[in-house]
Write a protein that binds this ligand. Structure first.
Ligand code: HEC
Ligand code: HEC
Ligand code: HEC
Ligand code: HEC
Ligand code: HEC
Ligand code: HEC
Ligand code: HEC
Ligand code: HEC
Ligand code: HEC
Length: 427
């Protein structure tokens, strides 16, 4: 009993308390004597952005936060006559949250930088459509992705939607085969391998293992709330946001039209979507792993182009390798090679450029970048060879002058001995 009186005194003297801390709902829901699960009120008071912004339980649940705790009577607080509603079911949650979050004027007062379009977008997503059209309540609602009583800003690294937590949040449902088993895609069960594949992909490794914010999490391609990220017409258009050169080359290539006619997904056709792996130069060409042979017959313009591109890439790589080993050899012999390495950098950069320019599927374009890069590398090689020759010449020169010096020394010794002998004889 006495701890309650203390609490009340504390409530009176402490003026800096938030509404949540003063609320009878919080006080009672924090008392393990009164409720079965205190974690809800604890999480809400400790961290929830809504508690920090001055909201309390009644802003979502209604009821009277002044009554009930002292009297130990939940019904005084949780009184339907005072607007109390029992916990929302899943269908009602987006409507509950957007009561505030879609009200631009209201939201501006708290945080003018927050968009107020989540609900609008949500209704366009597969999640939102299924919730409202098919009445499936297994789809994600606001609280599945944000939590319920410990909601954090997305910039907080503990948030369920902090960029490198997002894949785990989506995985909760999308990797759960039994949870997802009632959903299909063109007659087949909807795949549940997105996270597994993504986590092995170059994107997944960057985000999950290296914490690289520039690589995509699930939402970068699928959008946070909408069917696709804002301003993009489709999920596959997301690639171009981060790989703009490849996108532009592709758009101006003969494949653009062909892809539209065949209704192929642009980048995915060659790279996949969840299991995107680092590329290799063997993806271009006329044999083995080359993608080109999947669609182009022998002697077709497509394969002739592929052969030309592959030859230019291989030639550049060969010249680069030879020049690099010449530089290494020269370094071992003590030749200063900083400048050569710097000069060769231009050819290395060209190879990187070519891997992107491959998306023109135009051998002339590859040659335009490749030929000068090959010439440059050959020039560097020639100058390294020259310095090696210089060193050899200097070594020869040094050798020759050493011999002369030795001869002179020997001659001098002989002379000195002769002089010595003469002096000895004379004495
Ligand atoms: C931002 C809105 C919001 C606030 C604020 C809020 N709740 Fe909830 N609460 C919900 C929603 C939505 C549910 C429905 C459960 C779900 O799907 O997560 C819920 C469910 C509950 C439940 C049912 C148990 C459960 O987990 O399903 C309890 C108890 C509860 N809330 C207590 C509280 C208390 C006590 C406070 C204040 C400390 C509070 N809530 C503040 C939105 C809120
Ligand atoms: C005197 C203690 C007490 C007070 C005050 C109190 N509650 Fe509760 N509340 C309970 C108990 C007991 C339960 C039953 C569940 C349990 O044991 O955890 C409950 C359950 C709930 C639930 C879940 C019930 C459901 O099925 O929807 C919500 C939501 C909730 N309270 C919100 C509030 C809100 C909002 C306030 C303040 C207006 C409040 N409570 C005030 C004791 C209290
Ligand atoms: C499928 C998961 C998912 C669902 C469902 C979801 N959100 Fe989000 N939400 C996110 C992600 C991801 C972010 C962005 C994180 C970031 O900015 O990196 C976000 C961001 C936000 C933000 C910060 C401002 C912004 O728009 O970027 C608010 C506010 C928000 N969500 C509210 C809601 C509300 C309200 C609902 C329900 C109508 C909802 N969310 C449903 C995943 C979800
Ligand atoms: C009573 C109005 C109200 C309700 C109801 C409400 N919110 Fe909020 N919410 C706000 C306000 C205001 C902010 C901004 C607080 C700030 O930035 O100081 C906010 C902030 C957030 C943020 C943090 C955004 C960011 O990244 O900075 C998320 C996420 C969020 N709310 C999700 C939800 C979810 C999910 C629900 C429903 C369960 C919900 N809100 C219900 C008013 C509300
Ligand atoms: C609460 C469980 C749940 C969570 C969490 C969840 N989803 Fe879903 N999602 C579903 C269900 C159920 C479907 C409906 C399956 C279907 O499309 O028929 C779905 C559908 C989708 C679809 C459409 C698939 C298609 O083409 O039919 C995409 C894309 C998607 N979710 C992405 C995400 C992303 C990204 C996240 C994380 C930010 C996420 N989901 C979080 C349950 C969830
Ligand atoms: C690099 C972009 C990208 C990333 C990252 C990504 N997706 Fe996808 N996802 C796609 C594309 C493209 C499709 C093909 C469907 C389409 O074109 O609408 C797809 C399809 C899906 C589908 C439909 C079923 C299927 O497998 O075809 C689901 C569900 C889905 N993704 C969930 C996720 C989840 C969960 C994550 C994170 C673990 C994720 N995606 C990460 C691009 C991406
Ligand atoms: C949010 C930005 C972002 C989006 C969206 C994105 N990527 Fe990436 N992608 C990256 C980053 C960052 C890397 C890692 C680059 C590096 O360091 O090698 C990468 C790597 C790659 C690689 C491997 C490159 C290599 O050097 O081996 C390929 C292929 C790729 N992405 C294709 C795609 C495709 C196809 C899509 C769309 C389905 C896509 N990306 C969407 C940022 C993105
Ligand atoms: C998914 C099938 C597919 C793949 C893979 C593919 N192409 Fe094509 N390509 C086409 C189609 C269809 C055309 C339109 C003209 C045609 O039917 O040959 C085309 C046209 C071309 C053209 C224009 C010449 C012409 O026939 O009009 C070139 C050059 C070309 N492709 C090169 C390549 C190279 C190089 C690769 C490998 C990196 C490649 N393609 C991979 C389907 C493909
Ligand atoms: C016809 C098949 C094909 C299509 C379509 C395609 N690519 Fe590629 N992509 C390749 C090949 C082949 C390579 C490897 C080039 C090399 O390493 O020599 C490659 C390499 C890459 C790389 C790594 C090299 C670099 O630029 O950093 C990225 C990233 C990439 N592609 C993104 C994309 C994007 C984005 C799209 C869609 C706009 C796309 N690709 C469409 C065949 C394709």
């Amino acid at each position: 009993m006495s701890y309650r009186i203390l609490l009340i005194i504390f409530a009176i003297i402490s003026t800096a308390q938030t509404r949540a801390e003063q609320s009878s709902c919080v006080s009672c829901h924090m008392s393990s004597e009164m409720v079965s699960d205190t974690s809800i009120a604890v999480a809400f008071s400790a961290d929830d952005i809504h508690a920090k912004a001055g909201f309390d339980c009644t802003d979502c649940h209604g009821g009277d936060p002044r009554l009930g705790f002292v009297e130990s009577d939940p019904e005084l607080a949780m009184d339907p006559a005072k607007g109390y509603k029992s916990a929302s079911n899943r269908h009602q949650i987006p409507g509950l949250c957007s009561g505030c979050h879609s009200d631009i004027e209201f939201m501006k007062k708290y945080n003018p930088r927050l968009p107020a379009d989540q609900f609008q977008l949500y209704k366009t997503s597969v999640h939102g459509k299924l919730l409202y059209n098919d009445k499936s309540d297994k789809v994600a609602v606001c609280t599945d992705c944000h939590g319920t009583h410990g909601i954090l800003p997305s910039s907080d690294s503990r948030s369920k939607v902090y960029y490198n937590n997002i894949p785990y949040t989506c995985k909760e449902c999308h990797s759960d085969t039994s949870y997802m088993k009632s959903f299909t895609q063109t007659g087949e069960p909807l795949p549940t391998d997105q996270f597994d594949k993504y986590s092995q992909s170059i994107h997944g490794i960057k985000v999950l293992e290296e914490g690289d914010k520039s690589a995509p999490a699930c939402n970068s391609c699928h959008g946070n709330h909408g069917a696709s990220p804002p301003n993009l017409s489709s999920v596959s258009a997301a690639c171009g946001e981060c790989h703009p050169n490849n996108q532009e080359f592709f758009n101006n290539s003969p494949h653009k039209e062909a892809w539209i006619e065949m209704e192929l997904p642009e980048c995915e056709q060659c790279h996949g979507n969840h299991l995107i792996m680092p590329v290799s130069d063997n993806m271009v060409g006329t044999e083995g792993d080359a993608l080109c042979i999947e669609c182009h017959d022998d002697d077709s313009p497509g394969l002739i182009a592929a052969a030309g591109m592959k030859t230019d890439i291989d030639s550049l790589k060969t010249v680069l390798a030879i020049t690099e080993s010449a530089i290494n050899m020269a370094e071992k012999k003590g030749v200063e090679s900083g400048q050569s390495k710097f000069d060769l950098g231009r050819s290395n950069d060209a190879l990187i450029q070519i891997r992107s320019a491959v998306h023109t599927f135009d051998p002339d374009k590859i040659a335009e970048i490749g030929k000068p890069a090959i010439d440059n590398a050959l020039n560097v090689k020639a100058s390294v060879d020259n310095s090696l020759k210089d060193i050899k010449m200097r070594q020869y020169g040094l050798g020759a002058s050493l011999i002369v010096i030795i001869l002179i020394v020997l001659g001098l010794r002989k002379k000195i001995k002769e002089v010595d002998r003469k002096i000895n004889l004379e004495n």
